[in-house]
Design a protein around this ligand. Structure first.
Ligand SMILES: Nc1ncnc2c1ncn2[C@@H]1O[C@H](COP(=O)(O)OP(=O)(O)O)[C@@H](O)[C@H]1O
Ligand SMILES: [Mg+2]
Length: 308
């Protein structure tokens, strides 16, 4: 993909705080859709987001969103962006409704009432809209943050750790709202997180950061096959027979059975594809499935950033 196919680009982006470099030649590329920006604590996610939002000036290198420079054109960019920061302070005495009215006014949104009602419903805060924010749970705070980020109908929403410190049900709700917004309004999301299990269901693209640099990025399904450890699945009429034969085959690294299914780690893929059907035929076995296994996001992460 060429760089102008991406909505967010950084080019050799570095950012230091005193002598310490938080970002070192970071090349982040984010396409339209839902992107997971993944890395352990301290990897540089929040610093990157700070640069993207024009809050931090790059020490060297460049960052752009929609082709606009994040430092120089920050004002123009911000009108197309929604943001939820890692930590957010809300006026506890306000109700969600009043708070969003206040935010809408800052954005200069017309037909405020209608718009706010739609947001409150979208993030599932409609029933508590008249309650003071200070009575909300952690999950409700995050949903309010999401409503705030979405209020101007932005093209891109940047969420810094939207699912940290909330329970699994709360996390699932946040993720389903994100998915829904992407489907309904075509909103793109850049979601920073260190919680991998969350991403599997929502992200189409993954950018993995470690020690201030991108270690790999791409469409989730492409990365899955790339890091899938050459594992294949074979369904055959008599798995035990096949396994005995495969154990001594040169192109096999490892072979085992789980629940009547044969799994192999393969050294030579071409030989594997040509030989396995022959072996099965010679043994008079019926070969039902021969399939490459794809890796999970956890596997991809373990093989790039090394896990946390
Ligand atoms: N304002 C700052 N002053 C000094 N060091 C900072 C500052 N902000 C971040 N850092 C350092 O930069 C690195 C990256 O931090 P951060 O971007 O917050 O990572 P993440 O969001 O991935 O957890 C860390 O080593 C952190 O201590
Ligand atoms: Mg952070």
């Amino acid at each position: 993909m060429s760089n102008n196919a991406f909505i967010v680009n950084t080019e050799s982006l570095s950012k230091s705080f005193g002598k310490n470099f938080a970002l070192k030649n970071l090349n982040l590329h984010v396409p339209k859709g839902i992107t997971g920006f993944v890395g352990r604590n301290g990897a540089g996610k929040t610093t990157t987001i700070g640069v993207l939002l024009g809050l931090l000036k790059p020490t060297s290198g460049k960052a752009s969103i929609f082709g606009l420079d994040c430092w120089k054109d920050s004002y123009q960019i911000r009108s197309k962006l929604g943001v939820m920061h890692e930590t957010n302070a809300y006026p506890g005495g306000f109700t969600a409704k009043r708070y969003l009215e206040h935010v809408a006014r800052i954005y200069g949104i017309s037909q405020t009432e209608e718009h706010i009602n739609a947001q409150l419903k979208a993030v599932d805060l409609w029933n508590v809209r008249e309650k003071p924010i200070k009575t909300y749970s952690a999950g409700m705070f995050r949903r309010l943050g999401l409503a705030q980020a979405l209020i101007s109908d932005p093209e891109l929403v940047i969420l810094d750790e939207p699912t940290a410190n909330i329970d699994p049900l709360g996390r699932a709700t946040i993720l389903s709202i994100i998915k829904e917004m992407n489907k309904k309004r075509g909103t793109s999301f850049l979601i920073s997180t260190h919680i991998l299990s969350d991403l599997e269901k929502v992200c189409s693209w993954l950018s993995i950061i470690d020690a201030g640099a991108i270690v790999d990025q791409g469409f989730v399904d492409e990365l899955s096959s790339k890091y899938s450890a050459n594992t294949y699945k074979i369904v055959v009429s008599n798995p035990q027979f096949l396994v005995e034969k495969l154990k001594s085959a040169e192109f096999i690294q490892k072979v085992w059975i789980e629940k009547e299914i044969v799994y192999c780690q393969v050294k030579n893929e071409a030989a594997f594809y040509s030989e396995v059907p022959k072996i099965a035929t010679n043994l008079k076995l019926q070969l039902k499935t021969l399939q490459h296994m794809t890796g999970t996001i956890e596997e991809i992460y373990a093989k790039t950033a090394g896990g946390s």
